[in-house]
Design a protein around this ligand. Structure first.
Ligand code: AMP
Length: 160
């Protein structure tokens, strides 16, 4: 039941200077940061991360967006963390994302608008969508020695 999930603060979040506020939401919820680093990925790495989207029509704009600047990658751990983090992140399309979610509170554009402009949907953040994909994505983004096991107060007060 304790799961790990991958979160990426995309270049638009990093460039807007809202990384700390987003990370604070996960810490406030009691999720444990077990890995964190800044990395500027290239097109080849983007294709590995977004393998399931490479052949889709929107992929070129997605690749341009994820490689336009550095991202902050986080591995988060907690009780059923994959579903919890997806709930906190909100709907893929910022326009549809509910207020109170990260995308709903920090972004607003529609897919229709981004498509019409020929740009990627700037939706701030990525979160693994399943336990299986979380494992694969954490393996892609982090080396074993970059992931840490330690006790947080939540191990005593939230989880126990
Ligand atoms: P996901 O794997 O669900 O995180 O999707 C990858 C990313 O692709 C999303 O976060 C969006 O940035 C982008 N994306 C997903 N669906 C569309 C779409 N229909 N049009 C444009 N971009 C999309």
């Amino acid at each position: 039941m304790i799961e790990r999930t991958l979160v990426l603060l995309k270049p638009d979040a990093v460039e807007r200077g809202i990384s700390g506020r987003i990370i604070a939401r996960f810490e406030d919820a009691g999720l444990k940061i077990v890995g964190m680093k800044m990395i500027w990925i290239d097109a080849e790495f983007s294709k590995r991360h977004y393998a399931e989207h490479v052949h889709k029509s929107f992929y070129p704009t997605l690749e341009a967006m994820i490689t336009m600047g550095p991202v902050i990658a986080l591995a988060l751990e907690g009780v059923e963390a994959v579903a919890l983090v997806r709930k906190m992140v909100g709907h893929t399309e910022p326009k549809t994302a509910a207020p109170g979610t990260i995308r709903g509170d920090f972004s607003h554009v529609s897919i229709h608008y981004a498509d019409a402009k020929g740009i990627g949907v700037k939706n701030i953040i990525h979160a693994s969508d399943s336990v299986i994909n979380a494992k694969k994505e954490i393996e892609l983004w982090f080396k074993n020695e970059e992931l840490h096991t330690y006790k947080s107060v939540h191990d005593v007060h939230t989880i126990a």
